[in-house]
Design a protein around this ligand. Structure first.
Ligand code: G5P
Ligand code: MG
Length: 224
């Protein structure tokens, strides 16, 4: 049963590499909101070789969606935590199927769905230069937000890694799956009047639009 709260329940959607993680980092800096990425949760389980991590590895590294039942098992405890959280939250990468959207509805109906619309040719170029700090999920890019020290995380100084699913063949597969799967979810939220689309070729173009929109829903802690 969904808990009642006046905190914001938001989603961020968009194709692989559209900038969900990058925009989420800016949202967390500017607003008092918790960011939860299903991809980060799965990558942590894979790194730690948990039972679920071992089962999801083959799907994640080849760019396929994790089957619903397994995915819901993977994020069950996180969803339980969020259902009673007394803080606003932003889910990144979940839901991706109608079954997942219905499960989320039972936890908490969402009030805002931010959809990032970035051309696929722009995305294909940018993921080639992506580096991540695996423990935190912080994202860098050789051409865009390069780390201060090449190959190292700005905050911890730990080494950065490339994602296994950023190989060109996996990226193509992920983009194809997104094209096939996203439509019904976006329609589902459009019908609920909670979907807002932000288009652009760069995060710097999209971010001020997202900030202005979110500032109508939740008090910013930092000015743009
Ligand atoms: P994820 O982790 O949810 P994706 O594929 O949805 O992964 P991804 O790849 O994490 O999305 P993003 O977060 O949208 O992309 O993009 P990003 O990391 O912020 O930006 C991409 C790169 O571009 C970065 O290097 C960034 O620095 C750079 N960049 C950003 N803006 C700009 C710009 O303006 N200019 C330039 N030049 N660069 C820029 O899911 C991964 C896998 O987990 C499983 C699936 O297997 C999935 O494939 N999974 C699920 N399976 C089933 N159901 C679910 N709900 C699942 N969730 C995860
Ligand atoms: Mg991401």
């Amino acid at each position: 049963m969904a808990a009642t709260t006046n905190k914001l329940r938001a989603l961020i959607m968009g194709a692989p590499g559209s900038g969900k993680g990058t925009v989420s980092e800016r949202i967390v800096r500017a607003f008092d909101i918790l960011h939860v990425s299903s991809g980060d949760i799965l990558r942590k389980m894979i790194r730690e070789k948990t039972d679920i991590g071992v089962q999801v590895k083959k799907f994640v590294s080849s760019g396929q969606l994790v089957p619903d039942e397994l995915l819901l098992k993977a994020i069950d405890s996180e969803l339980k935590r969020l259902s009673s959280a007394d803080r606003s939250w932003l889910l990144d990468g979940f839901p991706r199927t109608k079954a997942q959207a219905l499960s989320l509805f039972n936890v908490a109906p969402v009030q805002v769905v931010i959809s990032l619309d970035v051309p696929f040719e722009v995305i294909i170029n940018r993921v080639k230069g992506r580096w991540i700090h695996a423990p935190s999920g912080r994202v860098y890019n050789n051409d865009f937000n390069a780390p201060k020290v090449p190959g190292h995380d700005d905050i911890t100084g730990e080494p950065l890694v490339q994602r296994e699913d950023d190989k060109p063949e996996s990226v193509q597969k992920r983009l194809k799956i997104y094209s096939e799967m996203a439509g019904p979810i976006l329609n589902y939220y459009a019908k609920q009047n909670v979907l807002v689309q932000f288009s652009g070729k760069t995060t710097n173009e999209i971010w001020p639009q997202v900030y202005k929109y979110l500032a109508t829903k939740i008090e910013p802690k930092e000015k743009l």
